[in-house]
Design a protein. Structure first.
Length: 195
């Protein structure tokens, strides 16, 4: 089983996270940021990874540290769970509609951290959530998962739909990318022999 258990504590956040890559999409999320909880719950469901996250963060300041640090910890957990990445499909992509929003994501577990984020979210907030934190989350995730991730908004006018579409699209791309390719189950998916 590809499982990771992490604890990350700073002066700003205290996070406990468990990730089972080969799960069923079960989520138990309590970050203190309701919108992030919603996004991580649907991320778990659509990636089919089991995800448990608790975070005690300085949300009296704002949600920035919580969102960024959860992204860091999730990226670290995924890197740990995938290990040497032997047998994974490596690449995944999804063009996902969320009502009027259409989001393209493409993912490569290359060992190289790169985020290309092309989103135009029309409002500064969804509820109390600062929409600029969507990019902060994915940047923190990519840096720690050591992957390349492109997220491109093709259409959309509702901020909630756009962000939710991005999380669902990335989850679906990830579901494909981390799946074991039975024809190459004992191989690292790179001509270099390592990722």
């Amino acid at each position: 089983m590809r499982i990771a258990n992490l604890n990350r504590k700073t002066n700003e956040t205290d996070i406990t996270l468990t990730l089972n890559v080969d799960g069923k999409g079960i989520a138990n999320i309590n970050t203190g940021c309701g919108f992030l909880d919603h996004m991580l719950t649907l991320f778990a469901h659509h990636s089919r990874m089991d995800l448990t996250v608790t975070c005690k963060g300085d949300t009296w300041v704002d949600d920035h540290h919580t969102v960024e640090d959860v992204g860091i910890t999730l990226g670290q957990a995924l890197a740990q769970a995938l290990g040497d990445k032997k047998g994974i499909t490596r690449y995944g992509s999804m063009l996902l509609p969320m009502d009027e929003a259409l989001i393209l994501s493409a993912l490569d577990f290359s060992g190289r951290s790169c985020l290309v984020y092309d989103m135009n979210i029309p409002t500064e907030k969804v509820g109390t959530f600062d929409t600029e934190l969507c990019e902060e989350f994915w940047l923190a995730f990519v840096r720690n998962a050591a992957c390349t991730l492109h997220i491109k908004q093709m259409s959309g006018s509702n901020s909630h739909h756009i962000i939710e579409g991005a999380f669902k699209s990335v989850a679906r791309s990830m579901r494909v990318a981390v799946a074991i390719d039975k024809d190459f189950a004992d191989e690292v998916p790179s001509t270099k022999g390592a990722l």
